[in-house]
Write a protein that binds this ligand. Structure first.
Ligand SMILES: CC(C)(COP(=O)(O)OP(=O)(O)OC[C@H]1O[C@@H](n2cnc3c(N)ncnc32)[C@H](O)[C@@H]1OP(=O)(O)O)[C@@H](O)C(=O)NCCC(=O)NCCSC(=O)C[C@H](O)C(=O)O
Ligand SMILES: [Mg+2]
Length: 279
């Protein structure tokens, strides 16, 4: 089943008000963060608040819990406590496939997601993506920039090798993959440019830090009216060509083959999944 992940909103699990608010926000998925957005002095409080919050109804929004690393004082109990409740458990700073094994043992059922945010993780992206329990990746471009000693640029040139490696790895295994956050949450124009770039590259959606970023991500990562209309025309034209014994149709001066129809059907399935979320 296609599930939309256009907008994936981080919320510090120490912020009860924000977790409450998220139940009415148009986010496709929520990452309840126990890791970097929560100060060490608030780790236990955050766990309690999150346990309370997850008793509430979040509608069709995917509820992903980002636990602390297994090398911290909190990671093991985070995994034990939320592995049964969350729709997915997100593991920070995954360097290699073996990093997922410990969590996989602690959480026998929930799908695992990996934060891709270290230089070693980029180089091991293919083996990480091939882990049998993994179903999603989230880019951590801030930690990656820190490790690389890279500067933030509007074109994200220093990130491109890592983004590309992770995309290739995720797609080779049929995983969901979400782009990193745009931290200047009051800069709508900058956010749009970064969303468009991520969409062009093939990401399923953008991780976000503030509700003001939701509308842009939903718009950019959702199929536009024009894309939907084209998809429908491509399918109709291809069906007609097939009925005439041809394997190729032409729409708007471009050829349409079976592979283009696959993409067109995906576009329609995504639009339907988005419509189902809203209903
Ligand atoms: C960035 C913020 C600290 C700003 O908070 P605040 O000053 O409270 O914002 P506003 O006053 O504009 O908030 C307006 C209302 O929106 C609610 N709100 C704010 N943020 C969220 C949110 N993330 N989810 C849900 N609701 C939110 C406020 O409660 C206000 O509501 P109301 O009371 O009705 O007026 C803050 O936005 C924030 O903490 N954002 C999340 C930060 C975070 O999670 N960071 C960690 C993830 S990013 C990361 O780790 C990157 C990765 O690992 C990497 O390496 O790249
Ligand atoms: Mg990080």
């Amino acid at each position: 089943m296609t599930r939309p992940y256009r907008s994936v909103l981080y919320i510090p699990a120490s912020n009860a008000r924000a977790m409450e608010k998220a139940r009415t926000l148009p986010a496709d998925a929520i990452i309840f963060d126990l890791e970097d957005a929560v100060a060490p002095s608030e780790k236990f409080l955050a766990r309690d608040l999150l346990a309370q919050a997850l008793l509430e109804n979040y509608g069709g929004r995917a509820r992903i819990v980002r636990i602390n690393g297994m090398d911290t004082d909190w990671g093991v109990n985070d995994a034990r406590q939320f592995g049964q409740i969350a729709d997915a458990v997100l593991i920070p700073k995954v360097n290699r496939s073996a990093d997922l094994d410990r969590v996989a043992d602690l959480v026998p059922e929930a799908p695992l997601w990996a934060m891709m945010e270290t230089a070693e993780g980029m180089l091991n992206a293919a083996e990480i993506a091939a882990h049998p329990r993994l179903s999603g990746m989230v880019m951590g471009t801030n930690d990656l920039a820190r490790e690389l000693n890279a500067r933030f640029r509007p074109d994200r040139l220093p990130m491109m090798a890592g983004l590309g490696l992770c995309l290739l790895a995720a797609r080779s295994q049929g995983l969901v993959i979400i782009d990193g956050v745009y931290t200047a949450f009051k800069d709508d124009d900058g956010l749009r440019i970064e969303c468009e770039q991520g969409r062009d590259m093939g990401f399923d959606g953008k991780s976000l830090i503030h509700p003001a970023q939701l509308a842009t991500a939903n718009e950019v990562f959702g199929p536009s009216g024009a894309e939907l209309e084209l998809a429908l025309r491509q399918i109709a034209a291809f069906d007609e060509a097939n009925a005439q014994g041809k394997g190729v149709a032409v729409v708007d001066g471009r050829i349409v083959e079976n592979l283009h129809v696959v993409t067109a059907r995906k576009t329609i399935a995504l639009a339907e999944a988005i419509a189902n979320l809203a209903s």
